[in-house]
Design a protein around this ligand. Sequence first.
Ligand SMILES: [Zn+2]
Length: 80
Amino acid sequence: MTIVCRHCNASEGFYVRERVSGSSTTYYTKTGDFMADQSSMYDHLNHHGGTVAYCMNCHKAMGKKEDFESGDVEKEATFY
Ligand SMILES: [Zn+2]
């Protein structure tokens, strides 16, 4: 199912905005090198909100995130 924005008819996807609080941890190796894997950096943040879906194109509220999210993960990662 393609999600289409009711405001601008774009189907570029949506995002949610969350407020976070807590602490992050940055990891270094035994020689002081910045570790490449920082994937657990934000494990200890608390997330608040994130219930409203906003259009990637016009940034207007599209509805509730829970009505749109598929539960799947995109096949090809677009961030590193
Ligand atoms: Zn839109």
